[in-house]
Design a protein around this ligand. Sequence first.
Ligand code: SF4
Length: 174
Amino acid sequence: MRCLTCFSLKDCYAHSSQLFVNNISMANYSKILKADIANGKGFRTTIWFTGCDLNPHCRGCFNSSIWQPSTGKLFTSEVIEKILKTSKPYWCQGLSILGGEPTAKYNIEAVTELSKAFKNAYPDKNIWLWSGRTLEEIECLEHGKELLSTIDFLIDGRFEEDKKDLSLTWRRFK
Ligand code: SF4
């Protein structure tokens, strides 16, 4: 167990309402990059959650190898701790969250917990999130509004292959 407010690993009586279990739902992730400069502005920590529940999937998806939610490693509170440590240096400007689909029903709770913990630890750093869902669709999901309240930049909507434009820096399609 870990407290989201003070990150104590022991029982936390001051913030007991914020305790959560060690394995955060059933979310998996494929990799974490330190000092990434390809996914967002400046040096960042980047994580890819696995599994995409959009049906049909986007034609030309660049990440079909992680469509299955069972791919990768289990996301736990230790992974949050690792991300917070990795992101501590002054030159790290924030956290980028990609997939797969971070808002899939098996991912969104874990993504929300990560995002809240990051904002709590680093209120001056920013969080970027890529989703195949639109803002309006995310708002309707359980945890959707809570997640959005922690996100600084949302790149939303299905990937449309016929509108692909590699000159667009973060979105890659018009
Ligand atoms: S939402 Fe993302 S991961 Fe899912 S099919 Fe579309 S581009 Fe691929």
